[in-house]
Write a protein that binds this ligand. Structure first.
Ligand code: AOF
Ligand code: ZN
Length: 376
């Protein structure tokens, strides 16, 4: 096989491993969802003999599942992994050791694992055992697939996606507060799917008060993948009768609040099964959102989906805490007396506005879904 053909083949098998990895995004936290593909044969004879993704809940890891489920002998095979195989003894022995024991001949790794417990040691162990290792195949796509895990390890905070559903002119509600529904059914279902692929979902207290949402994933078959629910509620305004409070014993629900919030009220939420997390106060006497995100990172949240409202959106934008925007837009115009997607962020000149670049556009019937990444 020529070098070019070999590297094209590596790219194709790694693409399959990445597809596997994406299957469990949002379901393995705090572990990343990793994909592993095992192949035998070269060139036209190359075939997949095993494939797996990190199991829901984070264990077992992808490599051990791919090895145990392989349909042909694994000795002499090539393993494609979207993240460096681990080298540490956790609840299971390290994956690097499992690959060595299975006598894999070659390991193709998309990216190194930045977890200090691994950080190159998996690759070193494989090489020491005489296994050929190639690193960097489809690295950009692999970084994207585990963006949340990388963010938590490298920046000590989750990867944050802000979801907005607006009219063409960026309004999330009419001046009366009425907002149901601006976007169409397809867009709303897509938004539910977004919930299933995140570890946690957050709303501000006004949204929680006005909409009284459940914040669960209500797509048939995905109900069990509802993320942790978080309400940013500095003054504990959420009523104890809210749907989220009443269902907190079934679905993990956290309240972020200011340290000085009424302890008796915090206790009442605790009694209902919610976890109340005290966030330090910022200069503006509101919760310091950078600190709040750090706390979520410490609790293992890799990916956070923020669903509004306007004040939470603006405070995250002001603090450069929005990594991705998913914007659902309906073909209607609510006008200037409607409520804007973000409250004031104090931009005096367009040059100062937070900037994003477009990474995806989809038509959902007559609605649009636009995805933007933060411009660093
Ligand atoms: C792999 N394959 O499928 C995943 C890996 O707590 P543990 O023992 O399960 O280890 C968690 C760490 O393992 C996690 O922080 C990350 O570094 C790595 N994830 N490694 O070899 C996998 N999910
Ligand atoms: Zn592992």
């Amino acid at each position: 096989m020529t070098l070019a053909a070999a590297s094209a083949q590596d790219g194709r098998f790694m693409a399959v491993a990445l597809t596997m990895a994406r299957r469990n995004t949002g379901r393995t936290g705090p572990n990343p969802s990793v994909g592993c593909v095992l192949t035998q044969g070269e060139g036209a004879d190359a075939r997949i003999i095993g494939r797996a993704v990190t199991a829901g809940g984070g264990r077992p890891h992808a490599e051990t599942l791919a090895i145990s489920g392989a349909v042909e002998p694994v000795a002499g095979s090539t393993a494609y992994v979207t993240l460096e195989p681990c080298a540490h003894h956790g609840k299971t022995p390290p994956c690097a050791e499992a690959l060595i024991d299975a006598q894999v001949a070659r390991v193709v790794v998309a990216i190194e694992d930045p977890n200090p417990k691994v950080a190159g040691q998996g690759i070193t162990a494989l090489k020491k055992a005489g296994i050929e290792v190639s690193v960097g195949v489809a690295a950009r796509e692999a970084r994207d697939a585990v963006a949340g895990f990388l963010s938590r390890i490298e920046r000590q905070r989750p990867h944050i996606t802000l979801k907005l559903a607006t009219s063409l002119d960026g309004r999330i509600a009419a001046h009366t507060g009425a907002s149901q529904w601006i976007t169409n059914d397809l867009a709303r279902r897509r938004a539910h799917m977004l919930r299933a692929s995140h570890d946690a979902i957050m709303v501000g207290s006004s949204t929680a008060l006005i909409d009284d949402p459940l914040l669960t994933c209500r797509i048939a078959g995905l109900e069990a993948h509802s993320p942790i629910r978080i309400v940013a509620d500095g003054r504990l305004r959420l009523p104890l009768t809210a749907k989220m409070v009443r269902s907190a014993t079934e679905i993990p629900t956290w309240l972020l609040t200011l340290g000085k919030a009424d302890p008796a009220r915090a206790q009442a939420f605790g009694d209902c099964g919610l976890e109340v997390l005290a966030v330090p106060e910022g200069d503006d006497h509101l919760m310091n959102m950078a600190q709040a995100m750090k706390m979520l990172g410490e609790r293992g949240v890799n990916t956070l989906l923020v669903e509004g409202g306007a004040h939470l959106a603006s405070s995250l934008l002001q603090n450069e805490l929005v990594d991705r925007l998913v914007w659902f837009r309906a073909p209607s115009i609510i006008g200037g007396d409607g409520r804007g997607a973000a409250a004031a962020i104090g931009v005096d000149h367009p040059d100062m506005a937070p900037k994003f670049h477009l990474s995806d556009v989809r038509r959902l019937g007559d609605n649009m879904m636009e995805v933007y990444e933060f411009e660093i």
